[in-house]
Design a protein around this ligand. Structure first.
Ligand SMILES: [Zn+2]
Length: 65
């Protein structure tokens, strides 16, 4: 039985992680997501609380492009 996972990137520092499609956070490729944030109906994953904090302070800075 395989679980569907997707790769996610911390928008702040660029570190890659994996997360399952049902929303369970996994420790994976290079790190373990420690925090999430929802901004404009999209979920962002962060490897560190410090990254989440930075993102929450100015989300636009990290998602443009
Ligand atoms: Zn990060």
């Amino acid at each position: 039985m395989t679980e569907e996972k997707m790769e996610v990137k911390c928008p702040v520092c660029g570190r890659e992680m994996e997360v399952s499609k049902v929303g369970v956070l996994y420790g994976a490729v290079a790190g373990k997501p420690r925090a999430t944030s929802t901004y404009k109906d999209k979920i962002y994953y962060f490897d560190r609380k410090a990254c989440k904090k930075e993102f929450d302070e100015s989300p636009e800075k990290f998602i443009k492009g």
